[in-house]
Design a protein around this ligand. Structure first.
Ligand SMILES: O=P(O)(O)OC[C@H]1O[C@H](OP(=O)(O)OP(=O)(O)O)[C@H](O)[C@@H]1O
Ligand code: HPA
Ligand SMILES: [Mg+2]
Length: 181
């Protein structure tokens, strides 16, 4: 699997430092608020776990599974809700945990959904923000790294459902895509 990577963009140590930095910031901002972290499956699994371990406050966690890339390189533009939350978010301080904001469509879908359900306050904590990918307006409040316009894998992010278990974020060798087509 590691052989398929052309270059590393963010190492495991850099990601750990980002999780620590944002976890401390969230601890400060949410002291006495008892927020609920909403982890967006599947991409945000590792990021959610690493940030929440750095938060020294009372916080809940819940999961929602949405998909629009279906393992591919481009957004289909249609967000599918695969598995809903179990918690009621009405009146709650919500923190959406994402691995990446790219076109912004997934985030917009989630924010609209949480607003419909009367969340009190919604903030977004993402490992990666790719502003050049935006198709709809979407903004993150806590950002690990600003990513240039590249398709990346690792640390939760997939290509055809693989590479999520790499401990770092990197770019695939072009032949990996070529051999697939
Ligand atoms: O800003 P956008 O263009 O909407 O892209 C960002 C979303 O796309 C990816 O999810 P994906 O649909 O690939 O599902 P996955 O997390 O299960 O891989 C990623 O995890 C984000 O949730
Ligand atoms: O760069 C990406 N990699 C993997 N999944 C993604 N979903 C949106 N952007 C990406
Ligand atoms: Mg994906």
């Amino acid at each position: 699997m590691n052989n398929d990577i052309e270059k590393t963009l963010y190492s495991a140590a850099e990601i750990k430092a980002a999780a620590h930095r944002l976890g401390m910031q969230l601890t400060e901002d949410y002291r006495d608020k008892r927020p609920i972290l909403i982890s967006v499956l599947k991409g945000a699994i590792l990021w959610t776990v690493d940030v929440m371990k750095e938060m020294d406050i009372m916080a809940e966690v819940d999961f929602i599974d949405v998909s629009s890339y279906h393992g591919g390189l481009a957004s289909t533009g249609e967000i599918q809700l695969i598995h809903d939350l179990s918690a009621d978010v009405a009146g709650r301080n919500v923190i959406i945990m994402e691995d990446i904001i790219d076109t912004g469509r997934t985030l917009k879908f989630l924010i609209d959904l949480l607003n419909e359900r009367h969340a009190k306050d919604i903030k977004v904590c993402t490992l990666l923000d790719k502003p050049e990918g935006r198709v709809v307006e979407a903004k993150a409040d806590y950002v690990g790294f600003q990513l240039p316009k590249e398709f990346v894998v690792g640390y939760g992010l997939d290509y055809k459902e693989f590479y999520r278990n790499l401990p770092y974020v990197g770019v695939l060798k072009p032949e990996v895509y070529e051999n697939d087509n």
